[in-house]
Design a protein around this ligand. Structure first.
Ligand code: MG
Length: 279
């Protein structure tokens, strides 16, 4: 810190260090008490009283769950999930969509816990050798709140409609780019989902939003959803609860998964205080 940047409470903090020699005291409330109030009306610029963020220990390896994550699949059991239909296959720590039953029914996998705003990490692998083409090649999907699908597909050299390829908000927004890895290789999704907000009469106050990285590359940047995902239709909203399960799709393709974890997000993560200030 440069001396010309200091005034007010910061000078008081430095004085405390100099006179007591105690870094603990100096670290107690660094910041300012005489600066302008921010547009949120709660805090001053560099407010000394503003709570510090909680400490979270990141995973040791990139993609590993941090200390505050809820692990939904770590290679072991499916305790966090409720199968709808046939059981998904776990082999060598890898989870795979099972073959369709003779009646052809869908084998979706639904989380037992419900989530609203959430950060999600998931790794998937498209079937290798190749099977079929377009929407029938490695199709699955992450259905937030069992309504809003981020597409999983083998998007590697696999022509299909743009709003149905991997990284798409299915039926609405193609991904910004296609950073697909070849089938048979593991790929990662890191997604921030913001649930829609409904008023007391079920009216839509704010749409759902999604930000998504596929293999570390941004594919959706806080894109609003048109509504719930509906094949061959324009998505539309129907009121629902503040928290609903996450569903992994069975689209009759043996897509594999590993390392699935989520972090429910606090209201502050999607409060976007500044929005009301834009003229
Ligand atoms: Mg799908």
């Amino acid at each position: 810190m440069k001396a010309q940047d200091l005034n007010g409470a910061a000078w008081a903090t430095l004085f405390a260090i100099a006179t007591t020699g105690s870094a603990a005291i100096a670290q107690e409330r660094p910041g300012f008490t005489d600066t302008p109030v921010l547009p949120d009306g709660k805090w001053r610029v560099h407010d000394a009283d503003r709570p510090a963020p909680d400490v979270v220990t990141p995973g040791a390896m990139p993609g590993a769950p941090p200390s505050d994550a809820i692990v939904l699949f770590d290679g072991g059991s499916l305790d966090a999930w409720q199968p709808q239909g046939g059981a998904w296959i776990i082999e060598d720590g890898v989870l795979t969509v099972p073959p369709r039953t003779p009646d052809g029914g869908e084998n979706a996998l639904v989380s037992k816990q419900s989530f609203g705003d959430v950060q999600m990490h998931l790794e998937f692998r498209s079937p290798n050798p190749l099977e079929k083409s377009s929407q029938d090649r490695g199709n699955s999907g992450i259905w937030f709140m069992q309504r809003y699908e981020i597409q999983i597909l083998d998007g590697f050299d696999n022509p299909t409609y743009a709003d149905g390829t991997v990284g798409a908000i299915y039926g609405w927004k193609p991904p910004l780019v296609n950073p697909s890895r070849p089938p048979g290789e593991w790929q990662s999704y890191d997604i921030v989902f913001e649930r829609p907000r409904f008023g007391p009469a079920g009216e839509l106050l704010r749409p759902a939003y999604v930000t998504a990285f596929l293999n570390g590359v941004l594919v959706q940047h806080r894109q609003p959803w048109l509504g719930g995902t509906i094949w061959r239709q324009v998505g539309r909203y129907e009121p629902h609860g503040d928290a609903e399960p996450i569903q992994l799709q069975d689209h009759d393709s043996p897509v594999s998964f590993r390392n699935i974890w989520v972090r429910p997000l606090p209201e502050a993560a999607s409060s976007h205080d500044f929005e009301g200030e834009v003229k």
